[in-house]
Design a protein around this ligand. Structure first.
Ligand code: AMP
Ligand code: MG
Length: 294
């Protein structure tokens, strides 16, 4: 475990990154969101990003350990965190998991990557696999893709009728209301990459054999439907941007900013949870005496 720190950072102030990246309520027009912005970044640029991101690790680690400890000590009342990552191919969901979430003790993480539903998953309601993957008490869940695929790829590829997917925004909101009421802090991150940057990243995947494994020829089919995906994203962001589970839009054209930003968002949310250490469930003085004699 990393160093202990108890710095008392204010809750969401106007200066917080959570405030800067929070999607404002109302109409969403993705064309107005700058994919290369570095809102709130405290450094000069790429050169100091690794150090600034690493500097967040001690506090994230301390707070995560408190969260985990409470999950062990009092599972019925312990809080949970869910970091949900959405974005087009190459937007960097994997990079965020490696660089930002990778700073957290793996024992406290429940990572789930949602692919096209399996035969078994298809026999259930679309939220079945989501509910199964929700974080346990004291845990940080990470969703690499999520329930939102069921109003994104499903909508664009017309995998179910309009009458079916159009009901899902309300259903997703209801699920998120339920889990936030039950003590889960939900951090929904839309990694917003530009059409041009996606092309560059796809080309980079084809330029060296150590990146071939990341390349999926089907990604080009999705790219060809970029406007339809942008519309589907805009609607999902707009309709599911609630007070209890708001969307954060992360400009994702600069990988170093994206990784720092998600780590910083996680830090701010953990700070806002006011996590203390669980009380001893035994007589500390008596146990000290017993250990002394043991
Ligand atoms: P990747 O994240 O690159 O491993 O790709 C996962 C693929 O699974 C993407 O093409 C997603 O669009 C697809 N996928 C995820 N969830 C669903 C879903 N509910 N229905 C259909 N396809 C999905
Ligand atoms: Mg992919």
């Amino acid at each position: 475990m990393a160093a202990k720190s108890t710095s008392k950072t204010p809750r969401r102030t106007n200066q917080s990154l959570s405030h800067l990246l929070r999607l404002p309520a109302g109409r969403v027009d993705l064309s107005r969101l700058d994919t290369a912005a570095t809102h709130g970044y405290p450094g000069k640029g790429k050169d100091d990003a690794a150090a600034l991101t690493a500097a967040l690790a001690p506090q994230i680690s301390d707070l995560q350990e408190r969260l985990f400890a409470n999950g062990r000590a009092a599972p019925d009342t312990a809080k949970r965190v869910l970091v949900l990552l959405q974005g087009m191919d190459t937007s960097g969901k994997g990079g965020v998991i490696r660089h930002a979430m990778g700073m957290v003790d793996p024992q406290g993480i429940q990572l789930t990557s949602f692919k096209a539903p399996t035969v078994e998953e298809r026999q259930h309601h679309y939220l079945w696999r989501i509910e199964k993957a929700l974080p346990s008490p004291g845990m940080i869940g990470i969703f690499d893709r999520s329930q939102y695929e069921d109003v994104l790829v499903v909508r664009v590829e017309q995998l179910v009728p309009v009458s079916e997917w159009s009901k899902r925004y309300d259903e997703i909101n209801a699920l998120e209301k339920q889990i936030t009421d039950e003590g889960t802090t939900v951090i929904k991150c839309f990694l917003n990459v530009s059409f041009e940057e996606q092309k560059a990243r796809l080309a980079a995947r084809l330029a060296s054999p150590d990146k071939y494994w990341k390349y999926n020829p089907k990604d080009i089919d999705a790219r060809a439907k970029w406007p339809a995906y942008q519309q589907a994203y805009a609607d999902a962001l707009e309709r599911c941007n609630t007070d209890y589970a708001p969307w954060f839009v992360i400009p994702a054209d600069r990988k170093w900013y994206r990784n720092w930003a998600v780590a910083q968002l996680l830090r701010e949310h953990l700070v806002g949870m006011d996590l203390g250490w669980p009380e001893a469930t035994f007589d500390v003085a008596a146990e000290k005496a017993r250990v002394a004699k043991a």
